[in-house]
Design a protein around this ligand. Sequence first.
Ligand code: OFO
Length: 169
Amino acid sequence: MISTTLQTAIVEQLNKEFHSAYLYLGMSAYCSNEGFNGASSWFLIQYREEVAHGMKMFKYLEDQGADIQLPEIKGVKVKYKSLLDVFKKSLAHEQMMTKNLNNLSDIAMKEKDHATYNLLQWYVTEQVEEEATVSEIIDHITLVGDNGYGLYTIDKELAGRTFVDPTAV
Ligand code: OFO
């Protein structure tokens, strides 16, 4: 049985997962407005991944018979300085999410709640992949700088991303 402390903390994290989804929806809107349709589609897939992350926590709380609260989701901005800026903000956000998940794991470990700890390890591993992917995109955008053809090529590559439900594996 999950403790009230962990239950509250997981609900907070669930809210952050849906807030992440919303944030990526805003980033998708920005990219689309700037004519980066590939990046827009990339962020839309990221949005769907975050929804899947949120739902995995929701399902876990249900299975644990938790008292599920669904607090308000914070608004997000849709204005960024450039394609590089939007991906840098995305990386900073993921790094913050990693910290949150590590802190949650610490609580679960302290409480010797193996089931919740196990769940959280799934997210911790997922974060490694997310941070690496975004860092690589940032490297590529930095490499081409303001070169229009370079940015066009990167945008085309980003368009190739397809949605695979990360929680289905
Ligand atoms: Fe849910 O992984 Fe990103 O935030």
